[in-house]
Design a protein around this ligand. Sequence first.
Ligand code: CA
Length: 237
Amino acid sequence: MKTVSFGKTNVGMKRTHNEDAFYRNDERGLYIVADGMGGHRAGEVASKMAVDSIESHLQGQKHMDDRSLVDAIYVANNNIFKSAAANSRYTGMGTTVVSVLMTDALVSLCHVGDSRAYLLREGRLIQLTEDHTYVNEQFKNGLITEQQMETHAMKNVLTRSLGFSEKLEIASQKLDLHPLDRYILCSDGLTHMVRDEVIAEIASIPDAVHAVSTLIDVANTNGGDDNITVLVIDAVE
Ligand code: CA
């Protein structure tokens, strides 16, 4: 099975620069979204380093299996961590990552942080990733409600990200690729601005270019508080 994709990133309405980065390659079946953080534009450096490290590590692999993507993210984490330690301008930089690697009809999905992956299958939108955030942990423990989570002062605080420690826990899962499946990878600039029901509706627009552009437009219409990245991947026979 083949996949075809379309992706776009947008600075949003409030920020002066874009700290998101993404990569897509249908030939290699590799897709990455990263959302960087850190002062002095270090966020841009971190997200780009994540994308470049994953991409080049996998380029060097002769044989891909379900460990390949996990290993590539460990390499990315090390590169960012070392670079942050070696350069005071980069102190404290980090990034989220959500990445998909297609090998035949098998999908490896890995993520760290709050950039998300959704699967649109037979008209239903399923959130595949769980946000690694403080508020999501509080919510899971029954300490705050879903509504409180959305307006919480610490809603942007991540519990996991690349670049902060040599140790990293990567969430990974394997899925079977079905014909007509659509995967959506995105940064929180989309999910903080657009409700899941609306994402589901717009993500169902058959034309990927139109779907991606509309999702970004709606995030900006709703305020565009942050950088917005949306990557749509369609399985085709
Ligand atoms: Ca963000």
